[in-house]
Design a protein around this ligand. Structure first.
Ligand code: PA5
Length: 446
């Protein structure tokens, strides 16, 4: 396995190289705080040593449950939101055939998602699709009480029980939740569902390397051992206290140096559409971890070259408060060349015979030069290919950097008090027991 590479050479116009070097002592202290579990929110730093602690027995148990679902179901619906959804979605999208949903010859169980929104039409259309299908459900919620997945699970469980009976339905439902608390744990035990635990010391957005992410990824047919191996390699690498050998340390320090220099928005860039949901996962990881106490880099993401035709103008010429972090994938998984055309009416013969990816790479280099010239500092992460081990490296690289970065920023990176606001208002408006006293106050603000 090769290792992920990280470069900050294109930040020089915005910050002096000394700015990052000057932060080394501070960054080392933040790294130590993460690793020793001595900082704010340290009850939720179980993810730090997760890759090295996952046992072969745990991997085997997840693969066995995945095989059981694969054998009984043509579709498995993964029900969850936020950290109980985005990691699996990101990895599956990065590895899967983009057009698998339209293919009948893959031989793989299809994974669909629900409970990540409250869209009535989304749920109706999903339910209609499943009407004549052999389907199963993985329901994921650490708290076991989150409204969006609870609604989706109630609807889908009801449908499954009607289609195959309560006893058979129970064999096709797997619950991933807190080891002892919450409504989902209670229900799973009562109904006899297979269950997997989410460790108490691992928060939602850091949970992709627990059964939260590993089970759906395994059902989708991917190698979770290789994913964990990649993360394990990065766990070792990111224990280093030197920038040169610890990319997470250098990334965390650089993005904070840029933030202190007025760069308030970080855009995660990919040049591979399969990484779209990796950007969504990353936004949750950094947004929920750092956006608090009136502070925090705003995490945004774009898919290039697609979004160069929509956001490119803003990035090139808009307010100079942004920097980019580009995930560069060295090698595509398939070959595809641009054909020669005798008539050359489209004028493309100058690149005929070249791989499509060559053009993509030139777009990537051209964009970097243009954006750096336009005063957009550019950080770059390079992985060899979209394969399990490299996605595992990338996941752990970002998680470790997030913990370090949160402490450099001076926040607790492991809580999310701000997400309760909308829930309180929604529950008061819905008349949830216990929220009646808030209803009048909220209604007065409508
Ligand atoms: O990172 C987090 O803690 C949140 O985004 C949660 O993952 C999300 O709200 C879902 O929570 P739960 O798994 O309890 O349903």
């Amino acid at each position: 396995m090769q290792n992920l590479k990280f470069s900050i050479t294109d930040t020089a116009k915005a910050i002096e190289p000394a700015a990052v070097n000057d932060m080394l002592a501070e960054a080392r202290e933040a790294l130590h705080t993460v690793e020793s579990g001595t900082g704010a929110g340290s009850d939720y730093t179980g993810w730090v040593s997760l890759p090295s602690q996952i046992t072969q027995e745990q991997i085997d148990a997840i693969n066995a449950a995945a095989a059981q679902l694969q054998n009984h179901c043509e579709i498995v619906v993964t029900v969850g939101i936020g950290g109980s959804y985005l990691g699996a979605k990101a990895v599956i999208e990065a590895l899967a055939d983009t057009f698998a949903p339209y293919r009948t010859d893959t031989g793989r169980t299809k994974i669909l998602f629900a409970g990540q929104n409250i869209g009535q039409d989304y749920l109706f259309e999903l339910s209609r699709l499943l009407r004549d299908k052999k389907f199963g459900i993985i329901v994921i919620s650490k708290s076991g009480t989150t409204t969006e997945p609870a609604i989706a699970f109630r609807i889908l469980r009801d449908q499954l029980e009607q289609q195959v009976g309560k006893e058979e339905a129970a064999k096709r439902i797997v619950a991933v939740t807190d080891p002892s608390h919450g409504a989902l744990r209670t229900m799973a035990e009562k109904e006899g569902y297979t269950t997997f635990d989410i460790p108490g010391n691992v928060g939602g957005r850091f949970s992709v390397l627990t059964p939260v992410g590993l089970l759906p990824i395994a059902v989708a047919g991917y190698d979770i051992k290789a994913l964990v191996d990649g993360a394990r390699a990065m766990e070792q690498i990111t224990a280093s206290t030197e920038y040169a050998t610890n990319p997470s340390l250098e990334y965390a320090a650089t993005r904070n140096a840029l933030y202190r220099a007025g760069k308030k928005i970080e855009i995660l860039v990919n040049f591979n559409p399969k990484l779209h949901y990796f950007g969504e996962w990353w936004k949750q990881l950094y947004g929920e971890s750092e956006g608090k106490d009136g502070k925090g880099i705003f995490p945004a993401s774009v898919d290039f070259s697609t979004d160069l035709h929509s956001m490119g103008q803003w990035i090139q010429d808009g307010e100079r408060t942004i920097f980019e972090t580009v995930i560069s994938v060295e090698n595509p998984n398939h070959e595809m060349f641009i054909p020669t055309d005798d008539e050359n009416l489209d004028g493309l013969n100058y690149i005929a015979g070249r791989p499509v990816d060559h053009v993509n790479k030139m777009a990537e280099i051209g964009t970097r030069i243009a954006h750096v010239d336009g005063n957009v500092p550019n950080l770059r992460i390079t992985i060899p290919a979209l394969q399990e081990e490299y996605l595992g490296q990338l996941i752990y690289f970002f998680e470790k950097a997030c913990g370090i970065s949160g402490y450099l920023l001076g926040v607790n990176p492991f809580n999310q008090p701000g997400v309760e606001g909308y829930k309180r208002n929604m529950f008061a408006l819905l008349g949830k027991p216990g929220y009646e006293d808030k209803t009048a106050e909220i209604k007065a603000k409508i």
